[in-house]
Write a protein that binds this ligand. Structure first.
Ligand SMILES: C[S@@+](CC[C@H](N)C(=O)[O-])C[C@H]1O[C@@H](n2cnc3c(N)ncnc32)[C@H](O)[C@@H]1O
Length: 347
């Protein structure tokens, strides 16, 4: 049985837990949720945890009954800690680990500096001051009795996707994209349209959850489309998608021809402007209503809460809001809106 902690975006705890329960069922016991964290006892294989798509990072937790970190330098605790590090490293190819980082309050103290050097010596890794491949976190146990060591199970956070070979300003956190697409209840028969697709995050994460009958990403910006193309190729999905330079407010698609619509809309800060959004949002929601098939699901992310809610009210004949989730990401708290196309398409 392993003691496991997952970092998740605040607001997505229950959605990430849904994914864990779906994948691992009863292998996850005594789960506790805290803002941005899921703690569980896990009876499965550690390697399987690396497949989770809605968590930022997974850690193996070991609790030590010691009064202060100095005790980790003693033979018994150091041996146990090194064994844990070895077990975690064995989940990946050896060349994936070159550096290590010890993260703790007072990490530059003489004791923790000695601990870092000792661990580096025994593991053969180089101490990194910022990002380390092997990330070790040290903190007081919640009960205040003893200390906990958390070792990240992967050399990069799980949120850092291998498919992301092209970064785009304002690109969406991939774990949030995965949760948004899970909310649309993916089916292989879906015709999926990612509006304002940027670097393709939503489209890629959708196709990694399930195949689709049709998958289109559209954006006005040619560079964004090129960036999405590179990411799709890296994900091995270029052949099953179409990227189009379309205006999301005027789509060359037939009425009622799409089952799933998704977008991470311009928030009007890094991308677009509030004034521009006053025009864009109503037009985009109206056009979405036209192309959506009856029963279609639409999942949107925006920080323009008042504007989008006003626009949904104005289009209440076409879209019914079924879920709103506030999520903390990139220093902001945008909301995810899930809506259902309720009536026959507007002709
Ligand atoms: C927040 S970004 C999307 C980022 C994307 N989710 C990603 O992960 O890279 C918003 C995108 O909307 C696009 N956009 C803005 N207005 C548009 C419109 N009328 N039609 C299509 N795309 C539009 C911008 O070019 C930009 O790429």
């Amino acid at each position: 049985m392993f003691d496991i902690e997952c970092d998740v975006l605040e607001g997505l705890e229950t959605y990430a837990l849904d994914e864990m329960r779906e994948r691992f069922g009863r292998l996850c016991l005594s789960v506790t949720l805290r803002p941005g964290r899921i703690r569980t006892l896990y009876a499965g294989e550690l390697r399987s945890l690396l497949r989770l798509r809605s968590v930022l990072a997974v850690y193996l937790v070991a609790t030590y009954d010691v009064p202060r970190p100095r005790a980790f330098l003693g033979h018994q605790h150091l041996t146990r800690l090194l064994r844990t590090l070895e077990m975690v490293r064995s989940l990946e190819r050896p060349d994936q680990y070159r550096t290590m980082r010890l993260s703790a309050a007072g990490e530059d103290s003489s004791v923790l500096t000695r601990l870092k050097e000792t661990l580096a010596h025994h593991t053969g890794l180089i101490v990194a001051s910022d990002e380390g491949d092997l990330l070790i976190r040290l903190r007081r146990a919640a009960s205040n009795n003893g200390w906990e060591v958390l070792v990240r199970l992967s050399p990069r956070p799980l949120a850092t996707r291998a498919w992301r070979v092209c970064n785009w300003p304002g690109s969406l956190n991939a774990t949030l994209a995965s949760v948004m697409m899970r909310m649309t209840q993916p089916a292989a028969t879906d015709r999926v349209l990612n509006l304002a697709s940027g670097s393709g995050t939503l489209l890629i994460e959708r196709l990694l959850l399930a195949p689709a009958r049709l998958a289109i990403g559209c954006d006005l910006d040619r560079e964004a489309l090129q960036c999405a193309q590179r990411n799709l190729e890296a994900a091995g999905l270029a052949k099953v998608t179409r990227l189009e330079q379309w205006d999301a407010t005027s789509l060359p698609l037939e009425t009622g021809s799409v089952d799933v619509l998704c977008a991470d809309l311009p928030f009007g800060q890094l991308i677009g402007s509030h004034q521009g959004n006053e025009m864009l949002y109503p037009a985009l929601i109206a056009e979405s209503a036209r192309v959506a098939a009856p029963g279609a699901r639409m999942c949107l992310l925006t920080h323009e809460v008042r504007l989008i809610e006003r626009v949904f009210e104005q289009h209440a004949d076409a879209w019914t809001l079924t879920n709103v989730v506030r999520v903390r990401t990139g220093g902001m708290t945008p909301r995810v809106y899930l809506a259902l196309r309720t009536t026959a398409p507007v002709l």
